[in-house]
Ligand binder design. Structure first.
Ligand code: NAD
Length: 284
């Protein structure tokens, strides 16, 4: 039976470390401040926003919430972002996605100052990630690297296969695994012989966005399987992209859903917020 990679426990461990660090920063007069922007009242977004603000409170990061109504225009949102970019009290800016259809998500993410882009989505920061410069790491993939490291799964020299090539998970995941000296293959909906390619993996990261997609035929015996998916099944239970019951007997290590990758995303956001406030001192 596979080792269970406990994201809830590891995320708590990281938040405790960050809380200690935040305390030390406060003694030096540095208090991180995250501005969270939500447009509309999508219930799932409201839960994400609430969880992020709770984590801020736990770690000791100030959080400011800005809510715009569902019908807000792109200019309304861009104006707010410009205001936050220019506010020296604000160190990180997070715009909760998805945005209503009248707003161009790309234009909004590009408007956030790269220095305050704690989600790591701005093209400048994506570019820095690709060329190996220090930058804010995108939270979900960064959380997966921490899960692997803190569970004793070594990455260097290993075959890593990422299923999915989205800008927020698949692509940055591949870059981070490469940075850790993995041998990385990115696969997607057009990949031929996906099962055979996936079975090469020592580390298999699954971000396809399809509930229960990954079954044991995709998995080499002993592989570490990381499930990024989040869905609700027919019984309204949270589940992932991996068929956990089918895969866990053959995997060497596996993340559950819930309690695997999900909690890590928020703790990495908290880490980026502390990086943001520390950077203000370096740049002064
Ligand atoms: P996405 O829909 O943008 O991308 C899915 C990717 O899967 C695409 O690149 C596509 O090429 C690939 N794909 C689709 N069908 C495939 C197939 N049959 N074979 C191979 N590849 C296929 O999704 P995303 O934003 O990357 O998110 C993926 C999942 O992760 C979703 O369930 C999402 O909810 C979840 N997610 C979780 C977190 C977290 O914090 N845990 C964060 C972001 C996303």
């Amino acid at each position: 039976m596979a080792q269970l990679i406990d994201g809830k426990r590891i995320s708590q461990e990281i938040k405790d470390e960050l809380r200690e660090e935040a305390g030390k920063l406060r003694e030096r007069g540095l208090e991180a401040c995250l501005a969270v922007v939500q447009v509309g009242e999508d219930p799932a977004s409201s839960i994400y926003v609430r969880n992020k603000r709770r984590a801020c409170e736990y770690v000791g990061i100030r959080s400011l919430l800005y809510t715009l109504e569902e019908a807000a225009s792109q200019e309304d949102l861009l104006r707010l972002i410009r205001q936050l970019n220019n506010d020296p009290e604000v160190h990180g800016i997070l715009v909760q996605l998805p945005l209503p259809p009248q707003i161009d998500e790309k234009a909004v993410l590009e408007a956030i100052s790269p220095a305050k882009d704690v989600d790591g989505f701005h093209p400048v920061n994506v570019g820095k990630l690709c060329i190996g410069e220090k930058t804010y790491l995108p939270c979900t993939p960064a959380g997966i690297i921490e899960l692997l490291k803190r569970s004793g799964v070594s990455i260097a020299g290993k075959e890593c296969v990422v299923i999915g090539r989205s800008n927020i998970v698949g692509k940055p995941m591949a870059m981070l695994l490469l940075r850790e000296n993995g041998t990385v293959t990115i696969t997607h909906s057009k990949t031929e012989n996906l099962k055979a390619v996936a079975r090469r993996a020592d580390i298999l990261v699954v971000a396809v966005g399809k509930p229960g997609f990954l079954t044991r035929e995709y998995v080499k015996e002993g592989a570490a399987v990381i499930d990024v998916g989040i869905h609700r099944d027919a019984h309204n239970k949270v589940c992932g992209d991996v068929d956990f019951a089918d895969v866990s007997p053959v995997a060497g290590a596996i993340t559950p859903v819930p309690g695997g990758v999900g909690p890590m995303t928020i703790s990495m956001l908290m880490r980026n917020c502390l990086e943001a406030v520390k950077a203000t001192v370096v740049s002064k």
